[in-house]
Design a protein around this ligand. Structure first.
Ligand SMILES: Nc1ncnc2c1ncn2[C@@H]1O[C@H](COP(=O)(O)OP(=O)(O)OP(=O)(O)O)[C@@H](O)[C@H]1O
Ligand SMILES: C[C@@](O)(CCOP(=O)(O)O)CC(=O)O
Length: 188
């Protein structure tokens, strides 16, 4: 049986950013650098997608991947997830971090103030907020197109204001290479 970490994480990096800004790409890069023993990528949407896939007979792997399949289901998943969050805003944060034993937690997909508040209230000294940004042109090249009800809803806009980000990362071909941006802020 695995033992729960008593002391909690040493570092919690909370990433947010618009669709196709590269949240998964950047957080995977950090995990590759730190290694699986030290670093866990915590995806708040993972338990949501797991439960949603089960209840709706969908392909979980495709919902977890970057392709068009999850986009076809995104609006309905958002509504479904919000009905859970309205009853318990920390519901997916708790599920996604259950049993995580690595000292560095890289949360890949904060979307709402309540997500950030949950980590900050539990780990006030360890938590840092990071925004991944890039142009709409770059996001479009990665498959994004504006979808009403998604791109103008809380899921995408909930952190547009009201958060002081500790770091901003620009994930564009023209920007400083990601490696160098990560090194500027940390020794990652
Ligand atoms: N710096 C980069 N270089 C090459 N490809 C990239 C880069 N950043 C992102 N991508 C690619 O762009 C696509 C979208 O990136 P990613 O899935 O990480 O975005 P996301 O913010 O997690 O998006 P969403 O929230 O819509 O799932 C992926 O196919 C990813 O591999
Ligand atoms: C339904 C939802 O969790 C999908 C997130 O998918 P992804 O992080 O973009 O792969 C978004 C949300 O919770 O608002």
């Amino acid at each position: 049986m695995t033992e729960e970490r008593d002391s909690g994480p040493k570092l919690v990096l909370i990433f947010s950013g618009k669709r196709k800004s590269g949240k998964d790409y950047v957080t995977d890069l950090i995990q590759n650098r730190l290694g699986l023993e030290a670093c866990c990528v915590v995806r708040l949407s993972a338990p949501l997608k797991r439960q949603y896939a089960q209840e709706h007979g969908l392909d979980l792997d495709q919902l977890l991947g970057p392709g068009p399949y999850k986009e076809q289901h995104r609006a309905d998943m958002i509504c479904w997830g919000e009905s859970c969050r309205n009853q318990d805003p920390g519901f997916f944060c708790r599920l996604a971090t259950r049993g995580v034993r690595q000292p560095v937690w890289v949360v890949s997909d904060a979307r709402r103030l309540s997500d950030i508040q949950w980590f900050q209230s539990k780990f006030p000294n360890q938590t840092h907020n990071i925004r991944i940004q890039c142009s709409e042109e770059t996001r479009a090249q990665r498959g994004w197109s504006f979808t009403p009800g998604v791109d103008d809803a809380e899921s995408e806009c909930g952190l547009d204001s009201g958060v002081e980000f500790d770091w901003l990362i620009t994930n564009e071909a023209e920007a400083l290479p990601l490696d160098e941006q990560l090194q500027l802020h940390t020794s990652l």
